[in-house]
Design a protein around this ligand. Sequence first.
Ligand code: SAH
Ligand code: F3S
Length: 482
Amino acid sequence: MEKIIDENKQGEALVLEQKEGNKRKLFIESYGCAMNFSDSEIVASILATAGFNTTQNLEDADLVLVNTCSIRDKAEQTVRKRLEKYNAVKRDSNPKMKVGVLGCMAERLKTKFLEEEKIVDLVVGPDAYKDLPNLLAEVDEGRDAINVILSKEETYGDISPVRLNTNGVTAFVSITRGCDNMCTFCVVPFTRGRERSRDPQSIIEEINDLWDRGFKEITLLGQNVDSYLWYGGGLKKDFDKASDFQKATAVNFSNLLELCAKTQPKMRIRFSTSNPQDLTLDVVETMAKYQNICNHIHLPVQSGSNRILKEMNRLHTREEYMALIDNIRKIIPDCAISQDMIVGFPTETEADFQDTVSLMDYVKYNFGYMFTYSERPGTLAERKMIDDVPEEVKKRRLQDIVDLQREHSEIRTKEHLNTVVEVLIEKESKKSDTQWSGRTPQNIVAVFPKEHYKVGDFVNVKVTDCTSATLIGVAVGLSMNN
Ligand code: SAH
Ligand code: F3S
């Protein structure tokens, strides 16, 4: 999920329409994955009912909230730097300001945050946002406040999120929280708790509301969307104990996708992230059946080596993954597939790394997100393995696959040359104010001259040129989907 967020948006202060009568000012910024950005919208919505309007100005904020990420050490360092900045602002120009930490770092560090960072007044984990008004009352009385309790039930399904800094066209809709997978490198199961799914009824209501307000594309969000399972509430792991009726009426991810696609047949539907061990072909068949479900699957594999996959506790082999790719392409020949990879996982040899390279050569992903392994405290890998691949080897391997991915992306974008693709216009191109920028169903960015088109239009674009990541073209008319 990390990948969906535009790099430029990381840390940007979020603003929303102001509610009359609200006196206090909230500055909220988010780091990390799309789920954090989506959660910040829930938080802003909760605080709008507790007297807060948002501001983009640190200097006049009564409350500063930072939604944090723990996925790699670097992400945590970025947040620490921000806290230094808040400290300086508080000291120099805004002594009344209170500071709260939300998200994965709050959950991971708990009270340590209050001890280590004097600037922090409030620590709130991802399942405790509804408690924010109570916690703030404590802070107002001069006490530090903390709630990092993880929940079995909380999905925020009953909160209608305000849309922060929105383009008015695309939105995230969260469908599951937490993760039960326990990949040995990953901190998420510790910071976001056990997996639970949101009531499909509330998902559909949110999508209908977005459509009524002019949104044209939604991304269903979860750490592992394919394991979505609604049977009336409760943890995924407790499904075995459900009644026969609950089992018979349960909604899985394929059912949910179909429900969304049918309910709003003109809304583009995306989802992220899929885990290869849980992605079933009925999901791919549902994608093929509904034209409004975008032909793109983000399918992180992390490594091409069977031995490393096993050490990572990824519950599939290289061969099973390749067979899944073959099957996806049989059902949807033009399905874009993207990856996440980790290089330098403990004990990774050159031969293991070459297995990653050859897997990438086999799939030729459309795009991907690649990382060097970062040891995370408390994970199984940290407890049981030595972080033994030297930093310079990690960096070299990363550069090798980044270069390889660029070649593959170029091959993939070139496949679209001289074809007509459908683009949903999202915003002005960063490079030129005479061009629109949007994405194709395969999630490739396309730019073209604005002419008379407007944000939110589905436009057919003839592709005349491309870079490794972007299609360049001219509009040939509105698409039938408008
Ligand atoms: N299922 C999640 C994965 C979240 S983490 C999702 O919805 O995207 C996103 C990516 O970060 C992972 O796929 C993995 O490639 C990378 N990652 C996770 N933990 C990491 C670590 N300890 N070091 C380096 N990269 C990591
Ligand atoms: Fe992390 Fe693996 Fe879940 S990468 S979020 S434990 S699927």
